[in-house]
Design a protein around this ligand. Structure first.
Ligand code: RAM
Length: 924
């Protein structure tokens, strides 16, 4: 066809399309309790969220109608709840309020919406969810443990049972949990794609079970059910000093299968004394030490029907009870990226080592062939030392060693079941010679949360920093937020989690992950309100109450409210939040909290040859007073949202006194803080500890301090997250940017420059001379300092949520990008070859849909700013330039019907827009 014609046709079609476009608002994705078609939830009133999509601009929902039914067909007789038309723009967290929901029942739902003009959509596609086991009495299965004597190595036990099904199966659901970790199988196939189940909670108080749809695994006739257990967090070595058996000594399994038949009947089969038990070929498995599998001991066919288990011992019943069982609220751990070796080397010390190119958390799958009794031993390390040798000293007592003994079959494959490793390199030993890179594949394991954010820029080092932040998050978000994933620790440190939580929410949907962890925080909170250092708490009661750590109790729920609009978590955690503030109050004298042990500004800059007081020490009680105020402020804000007016008044009075006490104790009459560190000023400014008249000079002191370290940060875990935000908010954005771009130690880019692929625990994990920090504490995968990610998204890209009630969770978006980023140090500029930031592209998937904020210099003083705002939200755009310098789609803003001008003066403009795509051209 002649190209002029074809162009004409395209033009006509798009024109007709355009004229016809009434830009219908349609529900596109459905969530129940923030997950898609979840199985096994125990909320009596689950919440519904739907994403809306529409072309065009300024699209909103004015009303919705939800129907819930018993079958996917949603026939009128099957509808159990119809909300009818509700005039509301709420599309996130709408509560079910129909009849009581039944254990293990599957429900279906759909929604239709009306747009801003009152035009209704069709019904959405049908979503579903399935309830968990709602009452302790609904558990028919019995807890079982092994019927034989365990050896000293505590081999992993197997359990099995054969069942016969003689009717046509309509559907089948299984609920499983354990003391220890489990894998379960039906007819040889693993149930579900989750690993390290049932995950980690404060087991004695809350043990999560998982529910799986196993319809496709069962068949009419004989079926085999199998379970395999490992010590895991329940009784394996955990923390230090040989500590083990944190929750008990015996492994146990609880499994309940419900089969519905096509004739309308059903049957329930569960673990009981008719099950058989035996030692498996996993001769030992420990989280830190790794796993040993002796394939010669494999009982071939034990997971299949018709296996002869006459030499297995009958399982023993255990009276563990069901009261503490809870459905799984968070996303399970699953397998994600896989990595082929990038090279295999022989180190100067003669070790055979494989490099996977990425410091990751998971395990290595091995496929190989050998003779019976041959073995392969795989050790794991994060780094090579400066001579190129395999370095494991920083793993302390964690062996991270998997040993596989072959049974000599044609080809054998191995992976651990109840252990995982943090590594980039593996060292291979054993008796098999014929080994090559093809035998190995590394796979990453982490909690299966949706990835929500992207940050990309014109600067490759910044992009690598973002990559490192994300990988630090993946590796340490394994059912609980851990500090590190490799050494003999891997604990849910509260301080690390609170400093990183808001950054984490940019990279993944961490709402349910933290909601679950907060339940454990509350469960393990002491009676006096003190909060343990680690959650779940395996360090004992005395390990609690450190400022900046325990404040996870207030800071994390508050962040989930701000970033996801999750008001429920505030309701759930209110008592816990308040108890923590009350604990601090009880500890205080004259409103000053000066008691107890505190980690302080952990791992701040402290040079070894500190002859002239360069160490950036911050008084620990000064820090404590700042966090006391901050948590109290959060409690007040929460009380206000929940309508608890008495508490608002009471704690407002308390907060005044806390701040007055701070001034008296830690601030000189001239406004100098007793600790002259960056962290002291950052916390005092960020938590508004100083009266207005002292703030400006405090900012100047902070700035002078940074200059005195030649434009380096010196902050530790507690100061770092707020440092750049405080500078940007107080008129020193360029200094914040300069700190970000600083390449020499201490800085964010120093590790990046040395080739890091994750965030490190220490600013100088590997020192400029190539040697390492003390092996006693030197993790190369520790997300805390990755908290700068929050500033990269909120200040560089400019994506923020309104903090006002009804507007959180990005219902109203505040875009505040910084296009101008200048170096204030010639040195830092020279280190970066004077290269300016030319482009930032960031996006975030919210419960309303995707927000994008992309800016790029198209010449020296012109920026193209491309924005995407989701349906049913609005945005304020804050630009640091006059209105006359801004064009929308090449036209003056004042001519546009799509933009409202909220504020304009010479140097700044605030615009309001609705949903849609916008391209602004901005002259600087
Ligand atoms: C170490 C780790 C952890 C930190 C505690 C206080 O165990 O660095 O991240 O929170 O100390």
């Amino acid at each position: 066809m002649n190209s002029v014609y074809s162009r004409l046709i395209v033009l006509t079609i798009s024109l007709v399309g355009f004229l016809n476009c009434y830009c219908q608002v349609v529900p596109s994705e459905l969530f129940v309790e923030n997950r898609i078609n979840p199985i096994g939830i125990d909320q009596s009133n689950p919440t519904f969220t739907w994403l809306l999509s529409s072309d065009g601009k300024n699209k909103n929902q004015s009303a919705y109608r939800i129907q819930v039914g018993r079958s996917e067909k949603m026939g009128s007789s099957e509808i159990i709840w119809d909300s009818d038309k509700i005039n509301s723009h709420q599309s996130v967290n709408v509560e079910y309020s129909g009849p009581e929901l039944q254990s293990l029942k599957k429900y279906y739902w759909r929604v239709k919406v009306w747009d801003e003009k009152g035009k209704s959509s069709n019904w959405s596609l049908t979503g579903s969810w399935q309830m968990g086991i709602l009452k302790p009495n609904d558990w028919k299965a019995k807890w079982i443990t092994v019927g034989y004597k365990e050896g000293p190595e505590r081999e992993s036990p197997m359990f099995r049972k054969e069942i016969t099904i003689d009717k046509e199966i309509e559907s089948a659901t299984i609920a499983i949990t354990s003391h220890g970790l489990y894998e379960a199988y039906i007819n040889g196939k693993k149930i579900g794609d989750a690993f390290l189940t049932p995950g980690w909670t404060s087991y004695n108080k809350r043990l999560q079970y998982q529910v799986y749809d196993v319809t496709s695994l069962l068949k009419k006739g004989k079926n085999a059910l199998g379970g395999l257990l490992g010590s895991g967090w329940f009784r394996g070595f955990l923390a230090w000093g040989g500590n083990k058996d944190s929750y008990g000594r015996e492994l146990s399994l609880l499994l309940q299968l419900k089969v519905n038949f096509t004739d309308g009947t059903s049957t329930e089969i569960g673990t009981d004394e008719s099950w058989k038990s035996h030692k498996s070929s996993i001769t030992s498995s420990e989280i830190y030490k790794g796993e040993t599998i002796d394939a010669r001991k494999e009982k071939n066919g034990w997971k299949m029907p018709n296996y002869n288990d006459s030499d297995w011992s009958a399982a023993i019943l255990k009276s563990i009870g069901y009261e503490h069982l809870a459905a799984t609220y968070n996303e399970p751990i699953t397998i994600h990226e896989s990595f082929d070796p990038i090279k295999m080397i022989t180190t100067p010390e003669g070790d055979k080592v494989i490099d996977f190119g990425q410091n990751l958390v998971g395990w290595v799958e091995v496929n190989l062939k050998g003779s019976q009794g041959d073995s392969i031993v795989i050790e794991h390390a994060e780094v090579l030392d400066k001579n190129g040798n395999f370095y494991t000293e920083n793993l302390r007592a964690a062996d991270q060693r998997n040993t596989y003994i072959l049974n000599g079959k044609d080809s054998e494959s191995f992976r651990p079941h109840f252990s995982w490793q943090g590594f980039r390199y593996i060292k291979i030993n054993g008796t098999i010679d014929n080994i090559s890179e093809e035998n190995f594949k590394a796979v990453a394991l982490y909690s299966n949360m949706r990835k929500t954010g992207q940050f990309n820029s014109s600067n490759t080092l910044l992009n690598q920093l973002q990559h490192n932040i994300q990988w630090g998050q993946y590796g340490n978000f394994l059912d609980v937020p851990t500090d590190c994933p490799q050494r003999d620790e891997r604990l849910g440190w509260t301080g690390d989690a609170q400093v990183f939580a808001s950054t984490a929410a940019f990279n993944m949907h961490v709402n349910n992950f933290f909601t679950k962890w907060m339940k454990d925080l509350e469960a393990d909170q002491l009676e006096n309100g003190s909060v343990p250092f680690v959650i779940p708490n395996v360090l004992g009661k005395n390990a609690s109450g450190s400022a900046g750590w325990a404040d996870a109790a207030t800071i994390i729920p508050w962040n989930m409210y701000l970033l996801y609009g999750n008001e429920q978590i505030l309701k759930n955690q209110y008592y816990s939040m308040k108890s923590w503030v009350d604990f601090m109050k009880a500890q205080s004298e004259d409103d000053l909290w000066k008691k107890g042990f505190h980690f302080g500004d952990w791992l701040f800059f402290r040079p070894e040859d500190d002859n002239d007081g360069r160490s950036a020490i911050t008084d620990k009680y000064l820090i404590a007073q700042c966090f006391y105020a901050h948590s109290t402020q959060i409690l007040i804000d929460t009380a206000r949202i929940l309508g608890k007016d008495n508490d608002v008044n009471e704690y407002e009075r308390l907060l005044e006194k806390i701040k007055a006490a701070f001034l008296k104790e830690y601030v000189t009459p001239n406004g100098r803080l007793v600790s002259s560190s960056q962290t002291a000023y950052v916390l005092a400014l960020n938590f508004e500890m100083l009266p207005l008249n002292l703030r400006k000079q405090a900012v100047e002191r902070l700035v002078d301090n940074i200059k005195s370290y030649d434009y380096h940060l010196t902050t530790g875990f507690l100061g770092t997250p707020y440092l750049n935000a405080v500078l940007t908010d107080n008129g020193y954005h360029d200094l914040a940017y300069t700190l970000l771009m600083q390449r020499t130690y201490p800085s964010w880019l120093y590790p990046v420059q040395t080739g890091a692929t994750t965030i490190w625990e220490r600013w100088d994990g590997r020192k400029p001379d190539g040697t390492f920090q003390t092996p006693g504490m030197n993790s190369f995968n520790h997300y805390a300092y990755g908290a700068i990610g929050n500033w990269m998204y909120t200040a560089l890209a400019g994506i923020n949520s309104s903090r006002k009630k009804g507007e959180t969770g990005y219902k109203k978006i505040i875009l505040k990008p910084h296009f101008k980023n200048n170096y204030v140090s010639d040195k830092v500029s020279a280190e970066n070859d004077g290269e300016m930031l030319k482009k930032v592209e960031a996006s975030l998937d919210t419960y309303y849909g995707r927000i994008s904020s992309n800016w790029e210099y198209i010449n020296d003083n012109t920026i193209l700013y491309k924005i995407k705002i989701p349906v049913n939200t609005s945005a304020e755009i804050h630009l640091q330039t006059g209105l006359q310098n801004i064009l929308l789609e090449d036209k003056s803003i004042s001519l546009s019907r799509d933009v409202e001008i909220l504020k304009q003066d010479m140097g700044s403009t605030i615009l309001k827009i609705g949903s849609g795509n916008y391209v602004f051209t901005i002259k600087q």
